[in-house]
Design a protein around this ligand. Structure first.
Ligand code: DAH
Length: 353
């Protein structure tokens, strides 16, 4: 069987997958040799077909098997070659290279995501260049509202459909989430925010985290429990005492500022206990107008929201006192306050790392 042995030889000799494919086409393709043999069966007498039929089908089977076997071999060799080039000797000593560290802001954001994920919150994001509708109007801060001036907004020059700003808070992510997701909603939104302000406790860019829950029958009790659970996990103490003080935010009604108790330990103020109070969060029940602005029926859906500064949380937990140092990029500061990349916050291992 000459045709069989040359075909099989060519299959075995194919040096790579492309040549193997060429052999396959020349045998089994539309105008391949074996295809032609199969077609020739039609013109035979039944006696001839009884002899040639099984022979040709057997030939096709041998060729098909040989093709598959060679393909396996070539693919295996290709993988081996790739693995050989990607080989990494993990036992080699690390060079004397400068070591990076995880910035406290990133670390705290990871801690917050870990704590809130455990409570069933997803992480949501929004743009840092925002339009003034999302940043203000939809949050019940109309154009003439004094809160617009309070925010020291950076406006963007140029032609836009709507006035564009650098977002002054993470609250517009509430709006974007309510407009793009169906309730029930449970999200946190950490991110950068911008205000034209600069001194020891203010930088033009800083970080906030927003929280939002929208569901049926949500009350301030849910808000307080959530914040208490979060702050206990974050500061890793059970003696966290909260005080909700009536306040005003345009996007919540009622609104409350949340103070947390502190005490003196070794001459330092630490969170926990109740020697004094420190304000840590803004919060409240989402204003019905905000819910309606997002196209939801406020008679059906209620919720709570809160917002706070991530940098401030980091300062309170890890004891830094100058906010500006966060953004100086001073290697000595980063070495001192930075975290190892292996300090991944987990609830079981301790979010404090
Ligand atoms: N967006 C507020 C700010 O930047 C913080 C805030 C207060 C957020 C109360 C909230 C909230 O969601 O309910 O000052």
């Amino acid at each position: 069987m000459d045709d069989a042995s040359t075909l099989l030889d060519r299959i075995i000799a194919a040096p790579d997958l492309a040549s193997l494919e060429a052999v396959r086409v020349s045998a089994l393709g539309k105008s391949g040799e074996i295809t032609a043999l199969l077609k020739s069966l039609g013109g035979m007498t039944s006696d001839q077909r009884a002899v040639e039929g099984p022979r040709i089908h057997a030939l096709r089977e041998r060729v098909t098997d040989a093709l598959a076997a060679r393909k396996d071999e070539l693919e295996g060799a290709q993988l081996e070659a790739r693995l050989a080039t990607e080989r990494l000797d993990l036992s080699l000593p690390a060079g004397d290279v400068p070591q990076g560290s995880v910035h406290p802001v990133s670390q705290v954001m990871d801690e917050l995501a870990e704590i809130f994920a455990d409570l069933g919150f997803a992480v949501a994001e929004g743009p840092e260049i925002e339009d003034d509708w999302h940043n203000f109007t939809a949050l019940n801060i109309p154009e003439t509202h004094p809160a617009r001036a309070m925010h020291d907004t950076f406006y963007l020059a140029g032609e836009h459909d709507r006035p564009m700003v650098l977002r002054t808070h993470t609250s517009p992510v509430q709006i974007r989430t309510m407009m793009s997701q169906k309730p029930p909603i449970r999200i946190i939104a950490p991110g950068r925010v911008y205000r034209s302000d600069s001194d020891a406790t203010h930088t033009p860019m800083f970080h906030q985290i927003e929280g939002l829950v929208i569901d049926k029958g949500i009350t301030m009790g849910h808000l307080k429990w959530t914040l208490e659970t979060f702050l206990k996990a974050f500061f890793e103490r059970d003696d966290i005492v909260l005080r909700l003080r009536p306040s005003y935010f345009p996007f919540t009604e009622p609104s409350a500022e949340v103070d947390v108790g502190w005490s003196m330990e070794k001459g330092r103020r630490v969170i926990g206990g109740s020697d004094g109070w420190m304000e840590v969060l803004g919060s409240g029940m989402v204003h019905p107008r905000v819910i309606a602005a997002c196209g939801l029926d406020p008679d059906e859906w209620q919720g709570f929201a809160f917002g706070t500064g991530v940098d401030r949380l980091a300062m309170l937990k890890y004891g830094m006192d100058d906010l500006r140092a966060f953004f100086d990029g001073d290697l000595r500061w980063l070495r001192h306050y930075g975290f190892s990349a292996l300090d991944v916050p987990t609830l079981s291992g301790g979010v404090g790392a």
